[in-house]
Design a protein around this ligand. Structure first.
Ligand code: DON
Length: 601
């Protein structure tokens, strides 16, 4: 007969088992957690960006921007006790000084904020069309599109950046407003000219030189500053000092407003004091969708980024992209087919939600993803002309730059801001020292006709007074399966922004890349029309291109441009990524395509 088991150990065992049952499950493993892990991908032989640099690591905060001077400002604000929102606002203003081709006061953008308490907020400070704007304002007498939506005074929408940065700080900032504006004033009073600054100026020199004020401010003496010179922007410093002292009242109702209105009168533009006074930044409900257990939070309309990503991710989730392999013909084919379908719907249906009824829930629905994905054929590209916009039945139902900031408490900001083209409309407001955007070109100047990014957009995004033009800007924050902060990502790149941001997420989630690899990996793009799979110069092997062509895709390598350019030609995007690591530290990387820098503390 077996002897009875002693009672005490059994009790102990039960207690231990009960305790074990109460302990929460260990968190599921996340991709990217092991930074040293090299995924089973190698980049094409001709690709300039290696997969193996060490990411920037930091325990208490990180700022990733396209310009080291701006990243430094963000870090200094964190060092001074500011939170991520303080640092982001200061960084945004610094970019307006050192990076005038894209950073701005005279443009607009979007900001995603995730606070340490897990709440997520989306702020829209997109430009608005002036009240005197008309649907036909960019057409000539024959009804053809002119270049007036791209160059000159009519190209400018009412700027949103000063209102947006002020409002973000008012709601979530902790340092005094003056402290977050001051670093930009200091830079405007003189910063040492970098190769980066000169190379962007060089690229737009002729177009800037067509305007007197731009020439006076940015090309003084005809040539402009040389490498290492201290470049002083005294008009801009004065505008920023008034922003520091009077908040946005000066820009929208005061002396700066008067300078903008006078510039408009002089140059035949239509932005008035009334337009400026009427401008407000808007908090909107973020778009959130699940992708393989990760929650992706991004911008809602008038950005098309969040909804278009949701549509693409919804279609792609039925295939195991990881198993199919990174940038294999199979994976690129499935991405291109999903991009093509989602962009067809984006281009047709999305616009300013304050003016047009949008099928928001459709873009987020499984039914939509199922129906759209069901038409994807594994062995054949569907020509774009066969992809009509696919939501009609549901309607009745109802030059850019990105920066990412995380502070030591886990507050996070992903912001994308733009004047649209580099240096916007090329119009500098006389006496104010900043460029005005040319974001009016993001409207469909003539529905059905491509804009400067080749996007063929529809009626809903036609020009209208007071309306916000549709954007592709996609600042994005990703949470892991436990709802914890995981990734911040975003980029410029016009129509390619959405596919670039999404590929940065696929690279981590599906292909297990670390943050450096996810940024460096060459990218592909499809936007429905033109019917092309585009890829970065040197970004695909010839054998992959041939395999895609045999599926019926037209494939185009981006033009590398002049060989002596500072930025490698033929590239798209400028990702600024930060990854929150399981040990509480941060890993970040700034895209080498435009020479940025992630800094930590
Ligand atoms: O809002 C948009 O979609 C465009 N204005 C973005 C322009 C852009 O990214 C240009 N930079 N490369």
């Amino acid at each position: 007969m077996p002897s009875p088991r002693p009672a005490l150990p059994r009790l102990l065992l039960l207690v231990l088992l009960a305790l074990a049952a109460c302990r929460p499950d260990p968190p599921p493993p996340r991709h990217g957690d092991d930074l040293a892990e090299t995924p089973a991908v190698s980049f094409p032989a001709a690709w300039p960006y290696a997969p193996d640099p060490e990411p920037v690591r930091a325990p208490r905060g990180m700022v990733a921007t396209t310009d080291v001077l701006a990243s430094r400002v963000g870090i200094e604000v964190l060092e001074a006790g500011g939170n991520a929102i303080d640092a982001a606002v200061a960084t945004g203003l610094a970019l307006a000084v050192v990076n005038p081709e894209a950073g701005n006061l005279g443009g607009g953008g979007f900001m995603m904020v995730r606070l340490a308490d897990g709440s997520v907020h989306a702020q829209d400070h997109r430009e608005r069309a002036p009240l005197a704007a008309t649907r036909e304002m960019f057409l000539d007498a024959e009804g053809n599109v002119t270049d007036r939506s791209v160059v000159g005074h009519l190209a400018a929408g009412v700027p949103g950046t000063p209102a947006g940065l002020w409002e973000a700080h008012r709601r979530f900032g902790t340092l005094p407003w003056a402290d977050v504006v001051q670093p930009a004033i200091d830079l405007a009073n003189g910063f040492e000219v970098t190769v980066r600054y000169l190379s962007t100026l060089e690229a737009a020199r002729e177009r800037i030189a067509a305007f007197t004020e731009g020439t006076r401010v940015f090309l003084p003496g005809g040539a402009g500053p040389a490498l290492g010179d201290t470049f002083v922007q005294s008009d801009l410093a004065a505008v920023l000092a008034r922003l520091r002292d009077q908040g946005p009242d000066d820009f929208y109702r005061g002396e700066t407003a008067a300078l903008i209105a006078a510039e408009m009168e002089r140059g035949g533009g239509i932005i008035t004091l009334e337009d400026l006074d009427a401008y407000t930044a808007v908090w909107r409900d973020p778009v959130v969708f699940d992708y393989r257990g990760y929650a992706i939070h991004s911008m809602p309309p008038p950005s098309s980024g969040g909804l278009t990503m949701a549509a693409i991710a919804g279609m792609l989730e039925r295939w195991d992209l990881g198993a199919l392999g990174w940038n294999t013909p199979e994976t690129i084919h499935l991405m291109a087919e999903s991009f093509r379908r989602a962009y067809a719907d984006r281009n047709e249906y999305l616009a300013d939600p304050d003016f047009v009824e949008l099928p928001v829930q459709v873009f987020l629905s499984e039914e939509y993803a199922d129906r759209r994905a069901a038409t994807i054929q594994r062995d054949r590209a569907t020509p774009s002309r066969e992809i009509a916009p696919g939501i009609e039945a549901f309607l009745d139902e109802s030059h850019t730059t990105h920066y990412s900031v995380v502070d030591g408490d886990g507050n996070a900001v992903a912001a994308t801001t733009s004047v649209n083209s580099w240096f916007g409309s090329k119009v500098v407001v006389a006496g104010a020292g900043f460029f005005l955007n040319n974001t009016m070109d993001d409207f469909a100047a003539k529905p059905g006709t491509p804009n400067q990014f080749g996007l063929v957009q529809g009626e809903r995004n036609a020009v209208g007074p007071g309306k916000r033009m549709l954007s592709a800007m996609t600042p994005t924050i990703v949470e892991d399966a436990n709802g914890e902060l995981f990734l911040l990502t975003g980029t410029p790149g016009g129509a390619t922004i959405i596919t670039t941001v999404l590929q940065s997420i696929f690279n981590v989630v599906d292909h297990g890349m670390n943050v450096v690899q996810a940024v460096h990996a060459p990218r592909v793009h499809h936007q429905h029309l033109p019917d092309l799979v585009q890829f970065e110069f040197g970004g695909l092997e010839a054998v992959t291109v041939r395999a895609l062509e045999s599926l019926g895709h037209s494939v185009r390598e981006r033009d590398p441009g002049p060989p002596d350019a500072y930025f490698a030609g033929g590239m798209s995007g400028d990702l600024q990524m930060i990854m929150a690591m399981p040990d509480g530290s941060l890993a970040g990387w700034s895209d080498p395509r435009r020479g940025g820098r992630a800094l930590g503390r």
